[in-house]
Structures are given as structure tokens and as C-alpha cells.
Design a protein around this ligand. Structure first.
Ligand code: PMP
Ligand code: GLN
Length: 408
């Protein structure tokens, strides 16, 4: 019997020609490669390179939160949690939304805990989109959106954020909406560009959503990681948006526990219930002992993420300066873990080829933005660098890049 070919068989490093039409992989996953984050982190390990690719911090979040998880395990909270999440975490999420954004939530019907924001987004897409319906996304898009939209049999309709500013083109957004559109999926603060959508951009999205009566899914995982006084405004707080919006957050990003995979979705009861209807058939329920620990984080460690944002801003500035000095054009991000640069100054038109060669040339791993675009030309020359890393590692990364021959 022929062995099934896992999705991981299609690697960027083996070229796009490696698409396996003949495999047993279902059509909805064909042509969707291994996640670039897995691929680049594996490359970092196999080449012993510094990983400025995948967005995870080198330093864990508050020790007291780890202790709370250990305590939860020791005190027997090791069996299935209630499907929508443990009550204290749902209450803590409701309190967080009130204190930061003035959003009043019923923790019983308007909050659902997910296995990371990834599951929240997947459940939302599966819950709200019928086969053939279109979902508008900002491109460059987070890679899981593409797979999830395909799994739902839906169709993505990207609206491109273009260098150098990566702002929303409101006309392009309006043109993207039609009677086939069912939803808009918005990510702000935006990975990989670092754009934090401002009020007038959010108002434009709201106007389109209301005009076409769309569901809106917002991926707000970097809500607290914004710089220079920029403000993250949840789209659900704009007029006409509450009743049509589910908002998705991640404790991984807010508290530097990306490996815990705890996130949550909030919104009006009917939408949260629909999302939960899908979530229950994905994981049924999320990791039990981690949930009281994240409740502890939200109630006791609210100072953590403000401090983290300050530290990230300093690291951003350092890395941007270092990359600029090497001769790259740097697009300074307003938020997130990431800075995007243009590598065409080195004679590289193709950021993917640049990134695949970088471990050998410099002992550093970065991520090519072009894999997040349908309009590959718009992202071909762009490369993303993560600065959520220890300062010594960032310094060493710049030192290695400076010592390497980066010319095409
Ligand atoms: N959305 C975006 C934009 C991300 O960058 C990430 C990576 N953390 C996720 C979703 C996934 O979050 P989680 O790890 O909580 O599943
Ligand atoms: N969100 C992180 C990034 O953009 C990685 C998460 C993942 O690996 N799926 O790099």
C-alpha cells in the first residue's frame, strides 16, 4: 500500500514544483505547503543558525504563572475542562475586556477559551463560511488563514497592504466586497508588517461590513504589543460592529507563553456559540491546568505586557538600526514581534531564495514575506525578522549578518 504523503512533504526548500497532485492528500490541502514557521525553525536547528524567523520569545513569561500551572496540575485539575473554558478564565477575560476596552461581556455566553488563537480563527472560519463564500483578508496574511479558508471550502479575497507604508487601501477594500462576501478577517496589529490599523481604517472596514452585512473575525493576538503610543482599537467597539464581530486573543503573545496554546474568542452570544459549535469538534476543550494559570496571569500580572511592549520597542529600535546599517530598507513596525525589510538592495529580487541561502551565508534564519501573499510581486523582495529574542541573540544576529556576504 502506498503510504499517505503528509502535508509536510511540500517544502519551500524543495521548490514549488514539489506540489504532489498524485498524493492522497485531500484537495483542500493540496498546494498548501508546510508552514513557513516550521520550515524555517527546522532549518535553524539543522544548520545551527540563530532563529530570527519564528515569532516566539526566548524568555518565558512570569514565573508565578508557571507556578500557578504547576499548582493546578498538583491539585488535580488534569481532566477535561468545560468545553467553553474554566469559569475563572472566562471571568478574567471578561474583566480584561472591560478594563482595557470598556467592553461588557457575559463570561458564560460571550467568551470561549481556545487552543491558541489558531484554533479560535479556524473555528470562526469553519463556523461562519459556507463553501464558495468569500472572505476578505488583509494580505500579507497569517498562513493558517489560507489553510482554514480552504478547509471550509471558502474563497479568500485578499486586500493588499503595500510597502512602504502598509496602510489599508480603502478603495481596494470596497472593491473586494460583493454579494459573494460573507466575512472579513482582520489582523491588527498586523503580522508581518507591524501595521496597527488606525481609527479611520477601522471605520472604513466597519462601513463595508455594515453595508454588506458581514461577519467580522478579528485576530488581535498582538493587542498589547504596540509601540510609540500607538493605540490598538478593537474593531468590535465601533458603531454597528459589536453584533457582527468575534475578537480573538492569545495568552501566548500577551504573556510570552506561546507554547501553551491558550487563546480566547469573545463577542455576542450567537456568534460565540456558533464558533464554539465548531471548536467542540476540533479539540472539544482546551488544556485544563493552563487555564487557571492564565486566569492568574490576567488578574495578577497585568503589568507584564506593558513592560514587555517597552522592551520590545527598544529591541525593535536596535534591530532596525542594525539592519539599516547593513544596507536594507527597513519598514519600522508600529506593533508585533516583527520588522519587515526590503532585501532588493543586495541584488536579491527573491526574498525566499535570500532566506533559504541565509543560514549557510550568515548562520541566521529569517522569514520571506512573499509566502503570505497571493500577489507574490508585492512581497517578493520582503523579508521578516523577529525581535522578540534576547538582546545578546539579536546583537549576535546583526554581527553575523554584517560579517556575511549578502550580495546576490
Ligand atoms: N495570529 C497571528 C497574526 C499570529 O501571529 C499568531 C502567532 N502566534 C497566531 C494567530 C497564533 O496564535 P496562537 O499561538 O495563540 O495560536
Ligand atoms: N505567530 C508566529 C509567527 O508569525 C509563529 C506561530 C507559528 O509558528 N504558527 O512567526
Amino acid at each position: 500500500m502506498r503510504a499517505p504523503v503528509p502535508a509536510a512533504a511540500h517544502h519551500y526548500s524543495r521548490g514549488v514544483a514539489a506540489k504532489r497532485q498524485q498524493s492522497r492528500l485531500a484537495q483542500r490541502l493540496q498546494g498548501i505547503p508546510t508552514s513557513i514557521f516550521s520550515e524555517m525553525s527546522a532549518l535553524a536547528v539543522s544548520t545551527g543558525s540563530l532563529n530570527l524567523g519564528q515569532g516566539f520569545p526566548d524568555t518565558d513569561g512570569p514565573p508565578a504563572v508557571v507556578e500557578a500551572a504547576v499548582e493546578a496540575m498538583r491539585s488535580g485539575r488534569n481532566q477535561y475542562a468545560p468545553g467553553p473554558g474554566v469559569p475563572e478564565l472566562r471571568q478574567a477575560v471578561a474583566d480584561h475586556q472591560r478594563s482595557h476596552y470598556g467592553i461588557e461581556l457575559d463570561p458564560h455566553s460571550e467568551v470561549v477559551v481556545c487552543t491558541g488563537a489558531t484554533e479560535g480563527v479556524a473555528a470562526a472560519i469553519l463556523a461562519f463560511l459556507n463553501p464558495g463564500e468569500e472572505v476578505i483578508t488583509l494580505e500579507p496574511y497569517y498562513d493558517s488563514y489560507v489553510a482554514n479558508i480552504s478547509m471550509a471550502g471558502a474563497v479568500r479575497r485578499p486586500v493588499t497592504l503595500r510597502a512602504p507604508d502598509f496602510r489599508l487601501d480603502v478603495d481596494e477594500l470596497r472593491d473586494a466586497a460583493s454579494d459573494r462576501t460573507a466575512a472579513i478577517l482582520v489582523n491588527s496589529p498586523h503580522n508581518p508588517t507591524g501595521t496597527v490599523l488606525n481609527r479611520s481604517e477601522l471605520e472604513a472596514i466597519a462601513a463595508v461590513a455594515v453595508e454588506h452585512d458581514l461577519v467580522v473575525i478579528t485576530d488581535e493576538v498582538y493587542e498589547h504589543l504596540v509601540f510609540d503610543g500607538h493605540e490598538h482599537i478593537p474593531l468590535c467597539t465601533l458603531p454597528g460592529m459589536w453584533e457582527r464581530t468575534v475578537s480573538i486573543s492569545s495568552a501566548g503573545k500577551t504573556f510570552s507563553f506561546t507554547g501553551w496554546k491558550v487563546g480566547w474568542a469573545t463577542g455576542p452570544a450567537d456568534l460565540v456559540h456558533a464558533l464554539y459549535s465548531a471548536k467542540q469538534w476540533l479539540t472539544f476543550t482546551s488544556g485544563a491546568p493552563l487555564q487557571p494559570a492564565i486566569a492568574h496571569a490576567l488578574t495578577q500580572e497585568s503589568g507584564f505586557y506593558g513592560k514587555l511592549a517597552g522592551e520590545l520597542q527598544d529591541k525593535r529600535d536596535g534591530l532596525c538600526a542594525g539592519l539599516r546599517e547593513l544596507g536594507m530598507r527597513v519598514f519600522v513596525p508600529e506593533g508585533t514581534y516583527f520588522v519587515t525589510t526590503d532585501v532588493s538592495g543586495f541584488g536579491h529580487e527573491d526574498g525566499l531564495a535570500f532566506c533559504l541561502a541565509l543560514p549557510e551565508r550568515a548562520g541566521v534564519v529569517a522569514v520571506p514575506n512573499q509566502v503570505f501573499y497571493d500577489d507574490a510581486e508585492a512581497g517578493r523582495h520582503l523579508v521578516r525578522w523577529a525581535f522578540c529574542k534576547d538582546q545578546t541573540l539579536l546583537d549576535e544576529g546583526v554581527r553575523r549578518l554584517a560579517a556575511a556576504d549578502l550580495e546576490a
